[in-house]
Design a protein around this ligand. Sequence first.
Ligand code: G6P
Length: 614
Amino acid sequence: MCGIVGYVGKQQAYPILIKGLHRLEYRGYDSAGLALINANDELNVYKTKGKVVNLEHFVEGKDSTGCIGIAHTRWATHGEPSQINAHPHYSKTKNIALIHNGIIENYADLKKKLQAKGIEFVSDTDTEVLVHLIEYIYQRDKSNMVTAVQVALNQVIGAYAIAIIDRNNPETLIVARKSSPLVIGIGDGEFFLASDASPIVEYTKQMIFLDNDEIAVINLKSGVKVKKLNNVEVTPEIKEVMLDVGQLEKGGYPHFMLKEIFEQPECLINCMKGRVNVDLNDVKLAAIIDNKQTLLNANRIVILACGTSWHSGLIGKYLIETFCKIPVDVEYASEFRYRNSVISPNDVVIAISQSGETADTLAAIELAREKGAFVYGICNAVGSSIPRVTHTGSYIHVGPEIGVASTKAFTGQVTVLTMFALALAKAKNIIEHDKFLEMIKELSLIPDKIREVLKHNDKIADLAKIFTYARNFIYLGRGYCFPVALEGALKLKEISYIHAEGYPAAEMKHGPIALIDEEMPVVFIATQNSLYEKVVSNMQEVKARKGRIIAIVNKGDHKLQELADYCIEVPATVDSLEPLITSIPMQLLAYHIAVCKGKNVDQPRNLAKSVTVE
Ligand code: G6P
C-alpha cells in the first residue's frame, strides 16, 4: 500500500509530484506529503493528514520550488494517520528525506538501538527508523550515501520500496525495493519514479521495473545505475510501456467505479481478442499452448488469491472441474502460506491478482515454487511483480482499474478462467464438440448481454434509494452463482459500509434464516439455470418470513416477478457463464447504494487497491 512518486530533471517537480500522487491515491489516502530541494539547496518537507488535495492546500503560499522531489500517499500500518506519521520523514540533521511503501518488521529492535545512540524519534512509524539508520551509518562510516543505504537495508527485515533525497546531493534520487513495487521512467534529461507506471506514462514510455533487492541511483547527469544490495552491478532492462493516459481519466463518469462497470463489454472483448475465435470455433491461450504437457499432467490445480480475485478463483474451480475434470482447491493466499499446505511438483498453481502486487499472493507463489509446483499467473497490471515470478500466465487486458472496489478486473479474471478451462478441456480431448461450440458462441455474446444489463442502471439507482436504510444484507446464490453472491456482498460492504453476507442459498436454513424479518433485504440470484427450482424454494422460505426480496431473474420470468419484491432482469446464458452477467447488477446495486449514502465509492475508508503488506 502507499504510493510513491519522484522526479529529477529540469522542470519544476511540484506539479509532477502532485499529479502523480493523485494517480496513486488508490493505493492509500489517509495522509500525504512531499519533499523538495530548492535552488538554494534547502530541503522542504510538507505533509498533511487526509487526501492529496489537503496537501495542495497546505503547500499554498509556501516554497514549492525545486527540480528534484519525492512524494507519498499513505495507507497507515504503524502509527495512526496523522501529519507527524505522514511521509517523508527527515533524518536527524534534516539533510535527508525518505518515503517508504511496505513494512519494516524489525523496526522496534532497530529503533531501540538508534535511541540508545541518542537519536530521537518524532513519529510512531516503522519508516522513520530507516532514515535515521541510513544517516547514522553514513556519519559513522564516513561513506557515501549509496553505501550507507546498502548497509542499512542489509540490516532490515521486511518489505520496502524507498526513495531518498539528500540536500548535499541535489541532483540524485536513491531508490531501492524489496517486495514492494517501484518503476523508474526515463525521459529526455529527466527521470521519474513511481509505485506503478500510471504517474509516469504521460511523460515517457521507457521504464525500468526495479527487481527485488535492487538499489538504483538516479542522477540528472549520469542517468540510472542499478546494483544489487550485495553490490553486484546489474544492467537494467528498459521496457516500453503502452498505457493510454485516457484510460486513467474518468471520461465523463462521476466515479471511476461506474466508468469501470460500464467499460466491461469493451474490456471483455479486449480480453478475448485473439483468443476466442468464433469463425474457427477455437479458444487459444498462448500459455496453455506453450505449457500443454505440464498442464495436461496436472494431478490437481490449486488456485491462490485474495479478496475479489478469490471469488473469481472459486468460479474458476467450478469451471475447471466441470470442463477439465481436474480437482481444484481454492485457497486464500494468506492461509495457504502459513498453514502446512501440501503441494507437490505435479500440482499446478493458478495465482490470480488484479494488481499483481498483493503481498500474500506473492509469498504464496514463492512457497508453491519452492515445493516444485508450476505456477500460472492471471493478472491485470502489466509489468507488476506476480507475472515476473510465475512460470507462465495470461493477462486479463481490461486496462487500469482505479476504483478500489474491483469490477472489470473480476469479470476479466472470470473470462480468462473460462478460456483456460475450455482450452485445457479441448487439449485433454474431454469436452464434447457441440458443448465446446456452444460455449464459444455464448462466450462471444457475453459483451452484448452485459450491455443489456447496463441499460437497467437507472432502475437499479431507483432501487438503491429504497435500501439505504438497511444495516444488513443477505446475498444468496447456488452453483456458479454462489461466488457471485459472495462477490455481491463484498462489493456492498466495501463501498457502502453496510454489513452483508453472501451464502449458498441452501445453507441459509443452517443459520442466516434466523436473521430474516421484514427489515432484512435478501438478494437472490435466481436465473433459470439447472438449480432454478431449488433457488425458488429458498426464496419461498424467505418470503414466508417476510424478508424483502430483490431477485436477479431472467427476462420474462413472471413467476418470480410475483414472488420477489423487486426484480432486475438479465439475459439468459449457459449456467457456467452466468457469473459474467449476474455480477453486473450486483456491482451497480452496491455502487448506487453507496452513492445514495454519500460514501466515497472510489476510495472507501480503510481499504486500498494494492495490498503490499500482509
Ligand atoms: C484489495 C482490493 C480488492 C482486491 C484484493 C486482492 O483488498 O481492495 O479489490 O480484490 O486486494 O487484490 P489483487 O490485486 O491481488 O486482485
